[in-house]
Design a protein around this ligand. Structure first.
Ligand code: SF4
Length: 232
């Protein structure tokens, strides 16, 4: 992940200030990417206070936890949002599952990236079409692949549009405090030891002291733990 963008006009700004800048600069051609993690819900909460009806999209990989759908519905109802869901191309999933089986992602990093490529990366490309910016709930504390995360970055993987990470410098304590203070909807898996939300077969609870994303693709090395949405 690249360092803070040199063009970032708000290097010391708070999350709310970053979101306000992003919406003023890019609405309506900006959207929030949601996997319904605690971070994503916090970003949605802050953004809707400034711009009710902010565009939100989500990727339905076909392998999500039931709790993810339940949280998505709670968020949709609470904020009266239209959430745009993007699914993978049917023919791509059919070809992958027919030729490689249902758990090919466990066999190698290459095979895992092929699955993420068709279930996540390609739909994300469609979601970002026509946008000049997108917003995420990524934080530097998530793990080694995110330690240099900037609050505002140029996203070279997606045509140089702006990627906004308002919570980049938030700690887990910051996140919990905001979630509690505003009584936000919380994904049901957190209470079962999960600290990062992804596809069901590729996410598991973590042990005390492990990095938040240690439960994602736990059979891989930490430097590989990105799905292609945010670099590799
Ligand atoms: S997280 Fe796992 S199931 Fe989901 S798209 Fe990636 S490899 Fe496939």
């Amino acid at each position: 992940m690249k360092a803070e963008d040199q063009t970032n006009p708000l290097p010391e700004a708070s999350a709310t200030e970053v979101i306000a800048w992003a919406l003023q600069t890019h609405a309506p051609r900006i959207a929030i990417a949601a996997s319904f993690s605690m971070e994503d819900v916090a970003v949605i909460d802050m953004a809707t206070r400034i711009l009710p009806g902010i565009r939100v999209f989500a990727l339905d990989t076909g392998r999500l936890h039931e709790e993810t759908y339940e949280c998505a519905e709670a968020v949709r109802r609470r904020y009266n949002l239209t959430i745009t869901w993007l699914c993978p191309r049917q023919e791509a999933v059919e070809a992958l599952e027919t030729s490689q089986g249902l758990y090919s992602f466990r066999e190698s990093v290459v095979a895992r990236r092929a699955c993420c490529g068709c279930r996540k990366v390609e739909p994300l490309g469609r979601a970002l079409q026509g946008l000049t910016a997108w917003m995420t709930g990524m934080r530097r504390e998530h793990g080694v692949t995110r330690h240099a995360l900037g609050k505002i970055e140029t996203d070279a993987m997606h045509g140089g549009i702006i990627k906004v990470n308002p919570l980049a410098d938030w700690s887990q304590a910051d996140l919990l405090a905001y979630t509690t203070e505003h009584n936000l909807p919380v994904h049901g898996l957190y209470s079962r030891g999960y600290t990062s939300i992804g596809c069901a077969p590729c996410t598991r609870p973590v042990s005390p002291g492990e990095e938040p994303r240690a439960g994602r693709w736990w059979w891989e090395q930490p430097e590989h733990k990105e799905c292609g949405l945010h670099g590799r």
